[in-house]
Every structure is written in C-alpha cells, then in structure tokens.
Design a protein around this ligand. Structure first.
Ligand SMILES: Nc1ncnc2c1ncn2[C@@H]1O[C@H](COP(=O)(O)OP(=O)(O)O)[C@@H](O)[C@H]1O
Ligand SMILES: [Mg+2]
Length: 251
C-alpha cells in the first residue's frame, strides 16, 4: 500500500451540522476516520453520539455539511432508501441493534442480512457457521429463540449477526449497556479480537469512559455536538486537550 492509500480516510465528515428545532445536536463537526481504526465515541447522555452514528449510517441527514464513506457521498441530498440500502451493502455496513428478532431462532437471526440479500441456503448456512464460531456462540444455541438466551449469549448472537455478511464497517451504539460487569468485560475482549481478526473498522458509542479507553484505538470525545478531542487513549489520558476531557478521563 502506498502512503496516499493508507492515509485515505474510510469515513469523512466535513462541517456537519444537525439541529432539532432550536437545538444544535451536531455542531459544524469535521472528522476523518482511517480504515482499520476502532473509534470509541464517548460523551455524556444527550451530547449527540447516537445522532452522529446515524448520520454516518445515512439514517439521519444533516442540514449542512458532507459525509462520505469509502469515497461515496451519503448525505445532502438524502439518498432514496433503496439507494441507501445498496450503498450499505456495497460498503458492508453492520449496525448492531441490541434486539434480536424474537420470533426467529438464533441461526435465522445470525443469517438475517444474508436472507435479505437472497443468498442460497448453503451460502447462508456457511456464513452463519463462520460468524457463530467467530463470535463464540455455542452450536446448541442455534435452534433456540432469543427469549431462551442469557444477556451475554444474546449479545454474542447480535455480534455474530452483525459480522455474518462480512462487513467492512461495524457501527455499534452502546451494545453492552444491559449486561453485567463480568459478561461485559468478556464481550469487550471478544469484540476487540474480532475487529482485529476481521480487519474491520469499528465505530462504537459508549458513555462509559473505561470502556472507551479500553476498546478504542482512538477515542472521540463529544460535548454538545462538538469534538473535544480525537486521539489515542494514551494521548487523551496523558494530554487531555480541555478541562472537560481531563475531568472525564482522570477523575
Ligand atoms: N428525533 C429527535 N427529535 C428531537 N430531538 C432529538 C431527536 N433525536 C435526538 N434528539 C436530541 O438530540 C440530542 C442528542 O441526542 P443523541 O444523539 O441521542 O444523544 P446521545 O446518544 O449522546 O445520548 C438530545 O438532546 C436529544 O434529546
Ligand atoms: Mg445514544
């Protein structure tokens, strides 16, 4: 890879602003994310984390600014839903929804995106098996319904579902919020391993400082829709850019 290719961002936001009524939720935000980066987006409740993720996902269109993923512009003007679906497939997005489909068994949940893509049964079975192994879902669970899983098991199934179609980009919004501390730690370790192993680019929203510093190759700290600091966990803890960052990471 030459230097230019290496430095080309996978995701690029230029002067993006999103408002709701009088409230500016994302405020003239510019950001480049390189391929292979594990970016944790950290900030207190209401600072715009989910909105930012939805803008990158194309679910929300900002009033101004531009967003491109893999060199393709995705916002302003808003793409039609069909075009958006195609774009997501081309890029290979996966959005971690915390809820599994309750009426589908684990295997059907994991293979869901491939079913939408009208893949053949053997292809789906192979992809489900691969994702199941990577995410550490026990084989016996494949025929269970989500209601018959523990919180940790359900999260693993969710991860397996997100990676089944071999995405390039994984977007996760507070995926481990609802599980106990021990399970949460093991899911964090698993996710780190999977992202490395599959060479994914990952955007992971959390309001938990320890989680953000542990998982991120870079941490993006947001406050009222603006970037306070975007840097490695080491830089952020050792050289906090603002008093806000300092209280957040070094209290
Ligand atoms: N659809 C909406 N309509 C009006 N306000 C919204 C909407 N979605 C989010 N907001 C507001 O935008 C701000 C940022 O929301 P959000 O991105 O969900 O924050 P976070 O994920 O960091 O908690 C909050 O003040 C929230 O109330
Ligand atoms: Mg949120």
């Amino acid at each position: 890879m030459n230097e230019q290719q290496e430095n080309k961002p996978l995701i690029s936001l230029q002067n993006v602003t999103k408002t709701y009524g009088e409230k500016t939720v994302v405020d003239d935000l510019s950001l480049d994310i390189s391929e292979g980066e594990f970016v944790t987006i950290l900030g207190e409740s209401g600072c715009g984390k989910s909105t930012l993720l939805k803008i990158i996902n194309g679910l929300i269109t900002p009033e101004s600014g531009s967003v491109s993923v893999n060199g393709q512009k995705i916002a302003t003007p808003a793409p039609a839903e069909s075009k958006l679906v195609k774009l997501r497939r081309d890029i290979g997005y996966a959005v971690q929804g915390s809820v599994l489909f309750p009426h589908l068994d684990v295997a059907q949940n994991i293979g869901f995106v491939l079913t939408l893509d009208k893949k053949s049964k053997p292809e789906i079975a192979e992809a489900v098996e691969r994702a199941r192994k990577i995410a550490g879902v026990e084989k016996e669970l494949l025929t269970r319904l989500p209601g018959q899983l523990s919180g940790g098991q359900a999260q693993r199934v969710g991860i397996a579902r997100s990676i089944a179609a071999r995405p390039k980009l994984l977007l996760m919004d507070e995926p481990f919020g609802a599980v106990d501390e021990i399970t949460r730690r093991s899911l964090q370790d698993e996710l780190s391993r999977i992202v490395k192993q599959e060479a994914l680019t990952c955007l992971f929203v959390t309001h938990d400082t320890a989680e953000a510093l542990k998982l991120g190759s870079k941490v993006l700290i947001l406050k009222t829709g603006k970037i306070e600091q975007y840097d490695t966990p080491e830089k952020i803890t050792q050289q906090p850019a603002t008093p806000y960052v300092n209280t957040l990471v070094n209290r």
